[in-house]
Design a protein around this ligand. Structure first.
Ligand SMILES: C[S@@+](CC[C@H](N)C(=O)[O-])C[C@H]1O[C@@H](n2cnc3c(N)ncnc32)[C@H](O)[C@@H]1O
Ligand code: SF4
Length: 353
């Protein structure tokens, strides 16, 4: 999720939000644009940090390497210290992720702390634990955006993030959420026509829908055949936002040419903080060059900003592209110095299924 960057352009919901919801979102959008404008002038500032609040998950998606069944939540005091450090670094967006974020007993307090420290909080969730009371609490805590994962129509062995069990949660969100909501579908987790049906249903409810290419544990996109590609194009055509700093045009390049040309700013403009408080380049590159967030500073940011990444040409990670686009015109002068992965995926944590 971007997990998750969110386009500030207002959507046109089928279930219209009441006026104060729109006003609330526009005020939040203004804050985000101000933060982005400041960061555009200062390349020492991270734009987005993805922060793991717990590795534990209540599901076990077949394509996912980012969860286990046993990890405890990161203690609230520890989370607050990490958030404080991100604020000191001048971070704009903090996306809380997991595992399943709503398993964290203090998730609302964590969102509030991000907001209190002047940053913009976003949250990735599989949605199963959403309730009316939780949505209200997240509203009050100042959540800016929520990304709900939804892969197929009915639960399968690969994914239970399905429209049938989650339609009620989407309705609750449409009725109560004062934050932005976007649905993310992993393209390749289900037959492509199901992904299209999900996208149509999500748009009908008034939410934004995006499709992420499924990636293998080393972070490369899984192949997409011609029939699936045609459906992918149909899904993209439903998108209201078109080209912007948040666009996903890089996925078209990956599908057309197997490659994309860009300058990855991992470790600088965006990075992932794992449950152990270590800074990783991005989620698929867990374990490469990890350093405690408490010790991570401007020198690390500058070095990472200037270093081309050997994996960039085939990278399908949306938040990486979005977090790098602002600086596409700036140089990247240093030779790649990052070690090759010792094993694919996360290297400091064993996945327990
Ligand atoms: C790791 S999950 C954590 C938050 C929450 N449990 C959820 O499912 O949204 C964050 C996002 O990563 C996506 N994801 C996980 N593994 C993936 C993979 N191999 N390829 C593409 N997206 C993936 C999920 O679908 C979800 O949208
Ligand atoms: S994608 Fe999300 S819901 Fe699925 S196993 Fe991974 S962390 Fe859990």
């Amino acid at each position: 999720m971007p997990a998750a960057a969110f386009a500030p352009a207002p959507a046109a919901p089928a279930i219209a939000p009441v006026r104060h919801q729109r006003r609330h979102q526009l005020r939040a959008d203004f804050r985000v644009l101000r933060g982005l404008a400041r960061a555009a002038l200062d390349t020492d500032r991270p734009l987005m940090a993805h922060v793991v609040v717990t590795r534990r998950c209540n599901l076990a998606c077949g394509y996912c390497t980012e969860y286990d069944a046993v990890s405890p939540p990161v203690p609230l005091d520890e989370m607050k210290a990490r958030i404080d450090r991100l604020a000191e670094l001048g971070t704009v967006f903090v996306t809380l992720t997991g595992g399943e974020t709503l398993l964290h007993p203090d998730i609302v307090a964590i969102v509030r702390h991000v907001r209190d420290r002047g940053m913009t909080p976003a949250l990735n969730t599989n949605g199963y634990l959403l309730t009316a009371a939780r949505i209200d609490a997240l509203n009050d805590a100042g959540l800016y955006a929520l990304q709900l994962s939804l892969d197929n129509l009915t639960p399968s062995a690969i994914s239970k993030k399905s429209l049938k069990p989650l339609r009620g949660k989407l309705r609750l969100l449409a009725e109560r959420a004062r934050f932005r909501v976007r649905v993310n579908t992993v393209f390749g987790a289900a037959p492509p026509d199901e992904a299209l049906a999900v996208a149509r249903a999500v748009h009908a409810l008034g939410f934004d829908a995006k499709c992420s290419l499924a990636r293998d544990p080393s972070g490369r996109p899984l192949p997409v055949d011609a029939a699936a590609r045609a459906i992918y194009d149909e899904i993209r055509a439903l998108d209201r936002h078109g080209t912007s700093v948040f666009s996903e045009d890089f996925q078209t390049d990956l599908l057309d040419r197997g490659q994309v040309t860009w300058k990855c700013r991992a470790g600088a403009r965006f990075f992932t903080v794992c449950e152990d408080g270590l800074v990783h380049l991005c989620t698929p590159k867990m374990g490469l060059g990890a350093k405690p967030l408490a010790d991570y500073g401007v020198d690390d940011i500058r070095a990472a900003f200037d270093t081309p990444k050997p994996c960039a040409a085939t990278c399908p990670v949306a938040y990486a592209h979005q977090g790098s686009r602002l600086d596409g015109w700036r140089d990247q002068p240093l030779a790649p110095a990052l070690p090759a992965p010792r094993v694919p995926g996360r290297v400091h944590l064993t996945v327990v299924r």
